[in-house]
Design a protein around this ligand. Structure first.
Ligand SMILES: [Zn+2]
Length: 366
């Protein structure tokens, strides 16, 4: 079966919906034609000229990377810097580039779950669960149609709460309407008198990225010409989407042993850390630049916080309460490629999917 670039984009949307990228981010198809047939996929943390060359050599015409090559926008494309050269090279060689960045960071089974898995942390949960990502949908349906509508809403993913699906609340009541001239009412006549109809108010909650599918589904039903529905923003915390992760080791370990383990797992040439006078068992973490989560890690009594890109003064904020463990940005996110690989290999079987074998880390340690 022919697979086009847009099929890959759609598959990634299921893994990490674009709706959950941070406001500053730029994810999705950044370069290329969405209708082009896919010959193969190369996965990389970063998209450099070497990575594009590797894709060309391996006859992979799609590159999926975690960090968006076009981030702040491009005003001209003259090849003056590596970003422009990568874009030119990709376009010249019909290579599509897709980025999946903070939307994957914010997923429960995303970047941070992979880090936790590598460290063999247990009982992991999101460090700072997302807010304003859950909404409520209410619609008013003729009684004999309610089951069909409920099922339709469930089908597109509404009504999922943790490990429970098909959750809804249903109230019976009477709806009224008066069809005006030009309308095509289910009961009564256009220009006729007011009608009463036995209805059910169906209420479901949903994750915000499902909204357009839910409305599309509702409009696919033919019971009313005009569907009545309401959407509510709710402030419930979303336990399955958010920043960072926190988990525990089965057995506490002295700081030196912890550092040794981290160094081995992430093969890092340098760990910058703050000292701590107690054993490490509870660990918070965030792939990439995660210093903004330090206060949350401390307030949840983590013994260590593994992340990257800490500034000098931020290390003071550890304040003998936590071991800041800065392992480097590339090192912390290097296993992200495995998430794409494992996920896409299940979805697509008729072309090669490869992880870039080169190291794109621009930082060396002397
Ligand atoms: Zn990153």
């Amino acid at each position: 079966m022919k697979v086009i670039v847009n099929d890959v984009v759609a598959a990634l949307e299921q893994l990490a919906p674009v709706a959950y990228q941070e406001s500053y981010d730029n994810v999705g198809l950044l370069v290329g034609n969405k209708n082009q047939e896919v010959s193969g996929i190369l996965i990389s943390l970063d998209c450099t000229e070497e990575v594009v060359q590797a894709a060309i050599n391996q006859k992979n015409n799609v590159i999926i990377c975690h960090h968006p090559i076009i981030f702040k926008g491009l005003k001209r494309i003259t090849g003056a810097n590596y970003v422009e050269r990568v874009v030119v090279m990709a376009i010249k060689n019909d290579i599509a580039i897709i980025a999946c960045h903070t939307n994957l960071d914010n997923m429960q089974a995303g970047v941070n779950a992979k880090i936790a898995e590598k460290l063999e942390l247990q009982n992991c949960k999101i460090l700072v669960p997302g807010k304003n990502t859950i909404r409520k949908f209410c619609t008013y349906v003729p009684q004999h149609y309610a089951e069909k509508v409920r099922e339709g809403l469930f089908e597109v993913g509404a009504g999922q709460i943790g490990l429970y699906r098909n959750c809804s609340f249903n109230t019976e009541g009477v709806g009224t309407f008066q069809p005006l001239i030009g309308s095509n009412p289910m009961v009564g006549n256009a220009g006729g008198s007011e009608e009463n109809i036995d209805e059910v108010k169906v209420e479901v909650i949903y994750h915000k990225h499902l909204e357009s599918n839910i409305i599309k589904k509702l409009n696919s039903f033919t019971y009313y010409e005009e569907k009545a529905y309401e959407i509510y923003e709710i402030t419930n915390i979303n336990q399955s989407i958010g920043a960072g992760m926190i988990g525990t080791f089965n057995i506490p370990m002295p700081p030196s042993e912890f550092l040794k383990k981290v160094k081995k797992v992430f093969q890092t040439g340098c760990i910058r850390y703050t000292s701590l006078e107690r054993d490490i068992q509870k660990v918070a973490l965030c792939g990439g630049s995660g210093s903004f989560l330090l206060a949350d890690a401390i307030s949840q009594k983590a013994d260590a916080f593994i992340s990257a890109d800490f500034k000098y003064h931020e290390f003071f904020d550890a304040d003998d309460q936590i071991m800041i463990t800065d392992i480097g940005h590339y090192e912390s996110e290097q296993y992200t490629s495995e998430i794409f690989y494992d996920y896409l290999r299940e979805k697509f079987t008729n072309f090669a999917i490869q992880i870039n074998s080169g190291n794109t880390n621009p930082i060396n340690y002397f």
